[in-house]
Design a protein around this ligand. Structure first.
Ligand SMILES: Nc1ncnc2c1ncn2[C@@H]1O[C@H](COP(=O)(O)OP(=O)(O)OP(=O)(O)O)[C@@H](O)[C@H]1O
Ligand SMILES: [Mg+2]
Length: 239
């Protein structure tokens, strides 16, 4: 399973290049582990759909969320980011905004370091929270020191400012979030991002939950670009 059991209380700042030599080992990261396979191709399809919605190539922020836990949001965020970075000149930032159950650093094989929560609470500057990965064109900002008040931090004016600043440095900023039905964070972030991708695990989530999530996200000003279907044996897609 993906999740760690221990996470240090006090995190140190990352060295900017410490992740460069750390290979991605997890099988779920299809763009690295099976780049010619079906799953990797599906993520390229999702990438192409997102790019088609952005013909002028403006910097874009995209929230990934789902109705329920464990639908594959974190894996999808990373694979989509890697597929975007395959395009020449495309710089991608992966942000772990799941301050309840972060996962991006672990999937990438990286140590947890100061990250988004530290930036929002003012204990870490933006540059110190961003790290290179072993994949050219892909950088990461981890969740950081998990706070007691995630929604307060993510819903703050500072979050909007931080996102605006980050968009100036990257072609795409992808934001991994908690499940949207139980926790409001994805809806908050969706309202300030340019778009939302709804991750749906086939066979897990009832259709009415997906519809309810979609409606909640749009009610808070979110722009749902489409759905990313995940599931071991079924065909995925983007609509
Ligand atoms: N496309 C996929 N097909 C099959 N299994 C997958 C797929 N994507 C992820 N998984 C598996 O599903 C589990 C959950 O994946 P992931 O951590 O990406 O979900 P999540 O939605 O981010 O979870 P959380 O709600 O805890 O943040 C993991 O065990 C992962 O290996
Ligand atoms: Mg996750």
């Amino acid at each position: 399973m993906a999740k760690k059991t221990t996470r240090p209380q006090a995190l140190s700042p990352a060295a900017p290049d410490e992740g460069r030599g750390v290979p991605i080992e997890r099988d779920e990261i299809a763009l690295v582990k099976d780049p010619r396979g079906r799953v990797a191709e599906q993520f390229r399809g999702l990438r192409n759909s997102i790019i088609a919605l952005n013909p002028e190539g403006a910097p874009r922020s995209v929230v990934l969320t789902s109705s329920s836990p464990k639908e594959g949001k974190t894996v999808a965020t990373i694979n989509l980011g890697l597929s975007l970075a395959e395009l020449p000149g495309t710089e991608v930032l992966l942000i772990d905004a799941n301050l309840h159950s972060p996962g991006i650093e672990e999937y990438l094989g990286l140590q947890p370091r100061q990250g988004l929560a530290d930036v929002l609470s003012g204990t870490c500057d933006l540059d110190s929270a961003v790290r290179a990965t072993s994949v050219p064109g892909v950088q990461v900002m981890g969740a950081g020191t998990l706070p007691d008040n995630p929604s307060q931090l993510l819903g703050s004016e500072r979050m909007r400012t931080v996102l605006g600043t980050l968009k100036r440095g990257f072609s795409y900023v992808l934001i991994d979030t908690p499940e949207a039905l139980r926790i409001s964070d994805a809806s908050l972030l969706g309202g300030i991002a340019d778009g939302i991708v709804l991750v749906v695990r086939l066979g897990l989530t009832p259709r009415h939950h997906v519809e309810q999530t979609h409606n909640t996200l749009e009610a808070l000003g979110g722009n749902v670009l489409g759905t990313c279907l995940t599931g071991a044996e079924e065909d995925g897609g983007f609509d």
